[in-house]
Design a protein around this ligand. Structure first.
Ligand code: G6P
Ligand code: MN
Length: 436
């Protein structure tokens, strides 16, 4: 049987990771056609990745026909799965998202604060177009979206596009599960963390190891700094005993932006002066990755790719697609529609949640109420995400301003305008909807 995967943003430096994941799963998830899609400015990178991919497939003796194209609509014909990993405006745009807020004394980050909102403004319209193409050309296909801000983008597609088979993924839950397993010296499959929240804003409520509650032990060892599940893009910071013991929740590395704002800002400003922002560090990293990828004797995914914050994202994506294909009914943490799973969030909100993965997609496992300490901030973040989506779709200035001023990392009525005006101007080439 034919099984076709289309990777949109195929020229990304991350692509060898997903190719490796597919090659390793040939027995259970027999993808036999992969098409990499990119746009004109990414043509050279696409070709480099395509040629490396061919060498990887040949080396592994896998039965996969790999090709690449700039024609997205053609690529989508007969697709079963589509992964989306695009960066509208490239790392250049990310650098602007990080630099402008920092310049005004705010956190500048890929998916948080003003930068995260701008990334959503640039990305949502493009993903909407992709989803409409999918609905028209291969309506039965699943879109697995990694494009950031993944939760917000997934919500925009599920609520406003005609294609409803969309799932958002991130490596944060995976990283947390794996580092917890390492800490407790057990296998990752034995660890089940009950998560609650949103993409890049989830908390761990409970840690079960083969059904046994070991939450307290994990809290204790986190306090004593025995574990660190921070991805490469975030500075590892400690959590105080009081924070962990009072909230009784396992934070994720992105929470430092909200609960250690001053410390992070100080450190970010310092590293910005020393090495530039993360986008600039990643630009250098990419340069050396692509030099490596061009070497004809490279036939596997190089270890250096693990220096990227998104390392292992494709393990998450591949096991998700494998479980859908095989109707595995296993539990994975993905971004999907709430529909009553968390009782104090809107039904149409996209949440990051443990789901049973079936051939009909993810079935969220009921959670109930949000724990009191973080109820307000999670509701606030969700409301801000919704404002962001409204503005991304309408291109209306007031809508955009509302998202900015209500963002917990901004919340300053005058500076919100300064930031928004400067960012809209800097990104205008990628914001056709804001022309007015
Ligand atoms: C984390 C996040 C990803 C994000 C990445 C950034 O892993 O979960 O969503 O894309 O970091 O990593 P980078 O290497 O691009 O800074
Ligand atoms: Mn992520």
């Amino acid at each position: 049987m034919a099984l076709k995967l289309v990777i949109i943003g195929g020229g990304s430096s991350y692509t060898p990771e997903i190719l490796e994941g597919i090659i390793q799963r040939q027995d259970t998830f027999p993808v036999n056609e992969i098409v990499l899609v990119d746009i004109e400015p990414g043509k050279d990178k696409l070709e480099t990745i395509g040629n490396l991919g061919k060498r990887m497939i040949h080396q592994a003796n896998a039965n996969i026909n790999l090709s690449w194209t700039l024609n997205r609509r053609e690529a989508l014909v007969n697709a079963d799965f589509i992964t989306t990993q695009i960066r509208v405006g490239g790392l250049q745009a990310r650098s602007i998202d990080e630099r402008i807020p920092l310049k005004h004394g705010f956190i500048g980050q890929e998916t948080n604060g003003a930068g995260g909102i701008m990334k959503a403004f640039r990305t949502i319209p493009v993903l909407m177009e992709i989803a409409e193409d999918v609905q028209e050309i291969c309506p039965d296909a699943w879109i697995v979206n990694f494009t950031n801000p993944a939760g917000i983008v997934t919500e925009a597609l599920l609520n406003y596009s005609n294609h409803k088979k969309v799932i958002g993924v991130c490596n944060i839950p995976f990283n947390t599960q794996h580092s917890t397993a390492e800490l407790l010296d057990v296998k990752p499959e034995e660890v089940l963390i009950e998560f609650i929240g949103l993409n890049h804003f989830i908390f761990g409520k409970k840690v079960l190891v083969s059904g046994k509650d070991r939450t307290e032990e994990v809290f204790d060892r986190l306090i004593h700094r025995e574990t660190n599940y921070t991805p490469a893009n975030i500075m590892p910071l400690d959590w105080s005993e009081t924070f962990i013991q009072s909230t009784k929740l396992l934070p994720n590395p992105y929470h430092q932006y909200y609960f250690q704002t001053e410390t992070v800002l100080e450190k970010d400003l310092q590293s910005y002066q020393e090495n530039g922002t993360r986008a600039e560090v990643v630009q250098e990293l990419e340069k050396s990755l692509f030099e490596l990828y061009q070497q004809p004797n490279l036939k596997t995914k190089p270890k250096e790719l693990e220096k990227r914050g998104g390392a292992f994202y494709s393990k998450v994506a591949c096991s998700l697609m494998d479980s859908i294909y095989n109707n595995k009914n296993d539990v994975q943490t993905v971004n999907t529609q709430n529909n009553g799973t968390i009782t104090d969030l809107p039904a149409d909100a996209v949440i990051e949640v443990n789901c049973v993965i079936t051939k009909d997609g993810p079935k969220p496992i009921s959670i109930g109420k949000i724990p009191s300490p973080v109820k307000g901030i999670i509701q606030n973040m969700k409301a801000m995400e919704d404002l962001t989506i409204q503005a991304a779709l309408s291109g209306n200035y007031q809508d955009a301003y509302n998202a900015f001023v209500m963002n917990p990392l901004i919340q300053d009525e005058k500076k919100a305008k300064v930031l928004l005006d400067e960012l809209l101007e800097a990104h205008k080439a990628y914001l056709p909807q804001f022309k007015q």
